[in-house]
Design a protein around this ligand. Structure first.
Ligand code: PLP
Length: 449
């Protein structure tokens, strides 16, 4: 049996997290349930911030909201002094509603809409990370219209391939994100931005991918980006003061994963930037990183209730749970692997090799293939670990499943931060146009139903 450091077992043989009995928690809030160790998220925020500042004093951490974002999370980030990376009008709106300081926002996206750019300017976000030249021109026009100026970074494709699932590689030459270096697109955008009276070009950005477990691609990207800053300096005479190297540090999902230590990672990145800047005699830029997964991933787990176990003699035993690819899309997207335990009978005999199946109508909705657990039975509570990043935020309404609730745990207490969706919520935005009305609709309306 494998248990991550985030959980413990109490004297009732129940799993606990942050001092809270997870069986009790499932009874109170129902399942599926996204559960977070709030103290661990805070610890991760602080350690990122403080460790980077130790190696590189002029630095910032901007949490990548796409990993997991709720209004409570925005408040936590604000309390911990982090900046925030958002990638859509929706994420920006949530941060705004939570009262997050707009000047600490980095607004991303490879295809921001006109209304998203307008909104970002109106709300006064700190940095807009511009993806391409057409967007730059559109932003300049919108800024002119609003009589405001836009502080931007330009997103660069550094031409570095990271060893990760190809769906989450983003820094290679053939990528939909950012401006190319070798094709002259970056330099052209820089010149356009410097000429534009409503645009303040502050620096460059790159993000090479996610769930990266090795140092080399980060190191290479850092060096390529400092060299790009230097080239801009040579060609335009302008030394851009900011460099944002994105996120991407991998985490532990299974016992086999060996993530790169956060402190080594930050020291290595700081060194890569400093050494290259010294070599090229470039003034040290302010350094920003945008971790998402490595702040919330291991701090989260999901609780499910086991349904009717199905034995296929000689083949396998399927253990169905009351969630699946709708609350954990990563299995279907990347064949992601997980560890799990029974929260109500953590240690038990006999062990049985089973396959955890989701409840969506897709054969690919398998959460964990071949895991050994104390023979699961209907009604058991299953905890799947390391589900804090790209789970709640990737939720899908396929089969009209309801989005699970989210709770934060801290020092033995649970706090609800997102309610479970209801069937009424599902129908709320639906309309039945006039030509599909039935006689009974008119009768029901007349009787006030
Ligand atoms: C621009 C940008 N920054 C940061 C991140 C966060 O990456 P991670 O969650 O791997 O740290 C992403 C993720 O895709 C991203 O696209």
């Amino acid at each position: 049996m494998y248990l991550p450091e985030t959980v413990k077992v109490n004297n009732q043989n129940h799993l606990t997290m942050a001092g809270v009995d997870l069986v009790q928690l499932a009874r109170t809030y129902g399942t599926p349930l996204y559960v977070y160790d709030e103290d661990l998220i805070r610890h991760n925020c602080r350690s990122y911030r403080d460790l980077l500042a130790k190696s590189y004093p002029d630095s910032r951490i901007a949490y990548a909201g796409k990993a997991f974002l709720t209004m409570a999370m925005c408040r936590l980030l604000q309390q911990e002094g982090l900046s925030l990376d958002v990638v859509s009008g929706g994420e920006l709106y949530l941060a705004y509603k939570a009262g997050f300081p707009m000047e600490k926002i980095y607004f991303h996206g490879n295809n921001k809409s006109a209304s998203e750019l307008k909104m970002a300017l109106e709300l006064g976000v700190g940095r807009i990370v511009v993806d391409n030249r057409a967007e730059l021109a559109q932003l300049a026009r919108e800024a002119e219209k609003q009589g405001r100026s836009a502080a931007i970074l330009l997103r660069v494709r550094p031409g570095v391939s990271a060893q990760t699932h190809h769906y989450i590689q983003t820094g290679q030459e053939d990528s939909k994100f950012g401006l190319g270096l070798s094709d002259g697109q970056l330099m052209a955008a820089v010149k356009e931005a410097l000429k534009s009276p409503r645009i303040t070009l502050c620096g460059l950005h790159c993000h090479i991918g996610s769930q990266i477990l090795e140092a080399r691609p980060f190191f290479l990207a850092a060096q390529v980006m400092v060299a790009a800053l230097q080239e801009i300096h040579n060609k335009t005479g302008v030394a851009l003061p900011e460099l944002n190297l994105g996120g991407g540090l991998g985490i532990r999902y299974t016992r086999e994963d060996r993530p790169y230590s956060r402190s080594d990672f930050l020291q290595m990145l700081a060194r890569a930037v400093r050494e290259k800047a010294e070599e090229l005699n470039y003034p040290l830029p302010q350094l920003t990183l945008e971790p998402g997964r490595s702040i919330v991933g291991e701090a989260g787990l999901t609780l499910y209730t086991v349904g009717h176990v199905k034995e296929l003699p000689g083949l396998r035993t399927y253990v169905p749970v009351d969630g699946g690819m709708t609350d954990n899309l990563r299995t279907a997207l990347y064949e992601a692997r997980y560890e799990a335990a029974l929260a109500n009978r953590v240690v038990g005999e006999p062990l049985q090799k089973v396959t955890i199946a989701g409840k969506a109508c897709e054969s690919s909705d398998i959460m964990i293939r071949d895991i050994e657990l104390p023979a699961p039975q209907s009604g058991d509570i299953l905890a799947v670990f390391s589900t804090g990043a790209y789970h709640h935020s990737m939720f899908s309404h396929y089969n009209r499943h309801l989005r699970p609730a989210v709770v934060f745990l801290s020092r033995g207490q649970a706090a609800l931060v997102a309610e479970r969706e209801t069937y009424e919520e599902l129908a709320r935005l639906e309309r039945i146009p006039a030509h599909l009305q039935l006689e009974q609709d008119a009768r029901e309306e007349a009787s006030g139903q």
